[in-house]
Design a binder for this molecule. Structure first.
Ligand code: 6PG
Length: 431
């Protein structure tokens, strides 16, 4: 069926065959359905009507391995395929999202004018750019979501510390996050956090956030990021912790039982207002840590999967439209513009200096959280990531000795080339 929609020159095909007949050849079809089976179902239906040179673009949060499989199947049929992550939620959909395309470059070139016009713009630059072959776009979107999990967890911990540790109410929290959003912490997630504290429940008049059940759900992209980091052996502790913290929140009933069983001797202690500045600095250092970990994963993945990613481009297109957009991304963009092969953002002299300046606040926040028994696993892992990353010496020598002791796994020495094994056991009794 060919039908006009409203007074616009938009025509709708209500059957796949009608829809495909409406498109100019070579066709370009954008799919926006939930990731997983729905994408395959739509592709299976559409592909029957496609001809050589036609293009399909999957704009969902598909797992990058599915995108690789689909891209290969398309290439065999001489069809073009793009995996194109989109971030920005409902607001982004209406006002311009950040768009992360990957796949066949000539496919991207065909839709470039449309997606550039649709994307958010920062400094007259569209928040979209071709990222690389195969599943590069969906991989970058997955890591975007991992960073999103990390930052959300860190913000949630600062909220917990201000509410439980300082007794701040929703109105005060609205003001604190509002002020933070004006400065170096300026970011979409901090902004919406401030807004959230303002909203009252219509029925009770209470702050709505206080009535929301404390069990965080997830669709899985954070977990995928975590699994991928484990596969590629990239340390990603803050993001792993953010996924784990959502899992922990799910055990509401058990947490209730455990909270009744254990005493909380420091509950009475209240923190003074200077603690807010410490939290602000700790959050900034933690946010840099989340970006550093996510970008380090992209750095390794680019090599492992031949994506040839430009991390400067990734930072550029994340500056607007997406959920993790933040003023900090401009500093990150600059860091990669100067050193495109930087393995970790903490090695950038400027960002490194900023983190170093905030380190003592992060340490104080972590020790205060520990004293108050307010869980702050994201901030804690952000600190230990920093401590481990800049520690030339780690106790892994002992781990190697233990492995060699119980499994003859061998070790390398500081003072000689090659691998070595020691007969550690003096007698059989120690086995
Ligand atoms: C975005 C969001 C988007 C979505 C997430 C939520 O970039 O626009 O990340 O992809 O809101 O899927 O993820 P969880 O349900 O796992 O929190």
């Amino acid at each position: 069926m060919d039908q006009s929609v409203g007074d616009r020159d938009i025509r709708a095909g209500y059957k796949v065959t009608d829809f495909l007949a409406l498109l100019r050849r070579p066709r370009a079809v954008l799919i926006s359905v939930p990731a997983g089976d729905p994408v395959d179902q739509v592709i299976d239906e559409i592909v029957l009507g496609l001809e050589s040179g036609d293009l399909v673009v999957d704009t969902g949060n598909s797992h990058f391995s599915d995108t690789n499989r689909r891209a290969e199947a398309f290439a065999e049929k001489e069809l073009l395929y793009l995996g194109m992550g989109i971030s920005g939620g409902e607001y982004g959909a209406r006002h311009g999202p950040s768009i992360m395309p990957g796949g066949v470059q000539k496919g991207y070139d065909r839709i470039k004018p449309i997606v550039e016009a649709a994307a958010a713009h920062v400094d007259h630059t569209p928040c979209v750019a071709y990222l690389g072959p195969g599943s590069a776009g969906h991989y970058v979107k997955m890591v975007h979501n991992g960073i999103e999990y990390g930052i959300m967890q860190l913000i949630a911990e600062t909220y917990d510390l201000m509410q439980r540790g300082m007794g701040l109410n929703a109105e005060a929290l609205h003001r604190v996050y509002g002020e933070w959003a004006q400065g170096e912490l300026g970011s979409y997630l901090v902004e919406i956090t401030s807004d959230i504290f303002l909203r009252k429940d219509e029925k009770t008049g209470k702050p709505l956030v206080d009535l929301i059940l404390d069990q965080a759900k997830q669709k899985g992209t954070g977990k995928w990021t975590s699994i991928e980091a484990l596969e590629l052996q990239v340390p990603l502790s803050t993001i792993h912790t953010a996924v784990s913290a959502r899992d922990m929140s799910g055990y509401k009933e058990e947490r209730k039982r455990a909270s009744e069983a254990y005493q909380r001797p420091h509950e009475g202690e209240k923190l003074g207002s200077p603690f807010i500045q410490k939290l602000k600095d700790a959050l900034y250092a933690g946010m840099v840590g989340c970006f550093a970990q996510g970008m380090a994963l992209l750095h390794q993945a680019s090599r492992a999967y031949d994506y040839h990613l430009s991390l400067e481009t990734v930072a550029t297109i994340w500056r607007g439209g997406c959920i993790i957009r933040a003023g900090l991304l401009e500093n990150i963009r600059k860091a990669y513009a100067i050193r495109p092969d930087l393995p970790n953002l903490l090695l950038d002299p400027e960002l490194g200096q900023v983190v170093a300046a905030k380190e003592s606040s992060l340490r104080e926040v972590v020790s205060t959280a520990s004293r108050l028994r307010v869980p702050a696993p994201g901030l804690m892992t952000a600190l230990s990531y920093l401590d481990a990353y800049r520690s030339e010496r780690l106790p892994a020598n002992l781990i190697m000795a233990q492995r060699d002791y119980f499994g003859a796994h061998k070790y390398e020495r500081k003072d000689a080339q090659g691998t070595f094994h020691t007969q550690w056991m003096e007698s059989e009794e120690k086995t």
